[in-house]
Design a protein around this ligand. Structure first.
Ligand SMILES: Cc1cc2nc3c(=O)[nH]c(=O)nc-3n(C[C@H](O)[C@H](O)[C@H](O)COP(=O)(O)OP(=O)(O)OC[C@H]3O[C@@H](n4cnc5c(N)ncnc54)[C@H](O)[C@@H]3O)c2cc1C
Length: 255
């Protein structure tokens, strides 16, 4: 009998929040007195939580926007972007915590179900807009009633909420531990008024479509590649994976 099913497996991925600070703070921290002569600064941060999970910054956007990137009805997820000039007032980056099948189950589609559950909660708690909270309120597990000194710079509207009602406790716990640690590396990173928004759930795919040594699936002629297939995360790694697959197709069919 013809097998119409592609072999897929679940894979670890990472979820969390996006954090916004004034770009000026990041520049001053990274460059010191030379800040005003230099282009908008970025950063990369990593931390191993006491739980053993990795927590790290991802897709840091200097002088950019937090973007509502939802793709499903009544579900909300966010991403970030900068325009070429990187001249918006805020820096933002994803701060994400690694998770795997121990957190969401062994079925190949469990990771996607978990991702969807969080995105539906984000939509609900944000009333359709980007759920946003001051860092101090996140630490105190209380919904923000007002913004502080930092204004959201978002593509899409925001709604003040308590992100603990969206993310699992173990993620919130490790985010607090990590972001307080990042505050020792970048002054102001854990400022009470820093803004966190959710849910950052599409950092990479929760599934991988299996392929053989020629990069083809169990169904002849299908060559999955890039992020959705589980082989990349971001523009460059997706493009490189596409090139690898193109080479393999050329070798298989034309040489
Ligand atoms: C707001 C935002 C900002 C980002 N910023 C960055 C960044 O700064 N740096 C970075 O590295 N990454 C960034 N990313 C992530 C980056 O966009 C992805 O990692 C990358 O595009 C994945 O490439 P891909 O080719 O695997 O998939 P995609 O670029 O998603 O391409 C898949 C294509 O398949 C098409 N498609 C889907 N279904 C079908 C169908 N049934 N039939 C035909 N076509 C179909 C889609 O229309 C799409 O064109 C950002 C993402 C977002 C949303």
């Amino acid at each position: 009998m013809l097998n119409n099913y592609l072999d897929i497996k679940s894979k670890p991925f990472a979820i969390g929040v996006r954090i916004s600070h004034p770009q000026k703070w990041i520049n001053e921290n990274q460059y010191g007195p030379m800040a005003k002569y230099l282009p908008p600064a970025d950063y990369k941060l990593t931390y191993e939580a006491q739980s053993g999970r990795g927590v790290y910054s991802f897709c840091m956007c200097p002088g950019g926007f937090v973007v509502n990137s939802s793709s499903e009805d009544k579900a909300l997820c966010i991403n970030g972007m900068s325009n070429y000039k990187r001249d918006e007032a805020n820096a933002n980056s994803a701060i994400i915590v690694t998770i795997d099948s121990k957190d969401y189950g062994d079925n190949p589609l469990s990771g996607i179900e978990f991702q969807r559950k969080l995105e539906h909660l984000a939509y609900e708690k944000g009333e359709g807009f980007i759920p946003t909270q001051r860092w101090e309120d996140f630490k105190n597990n209380t919904s923000s009633k007002a913004l502080g000194s930092i204004n959201p710079i978002y593509k899409g509207n925001y709604h003040l909420a308590n992100l603990h009602e969206i993310l699992p406790d173990y993620i919130c716990h490790d985010l607090i531990e990590a972001i307080d640690n990042f505050g020792r590396k970048i002054k102001g990173f854990n400022d009470n008024d820093a803004l966190v928004s959710a849910v950052e759930s599409r950092t990479s795919s929760p599934v991988r479509i299996m392929r053989d040594e020629t990069l083809m699936t169990n169904i002849k002629g299908i060559y999955p590649c890039g992020e959705g297939a589980g082989y990349a995360g971001g523009i460059t790694s997706s493009a490189i994976d596409g090139i690898k697959v193109a080479h393999s197709i050329i070798e298989n069919y034309y040489i």
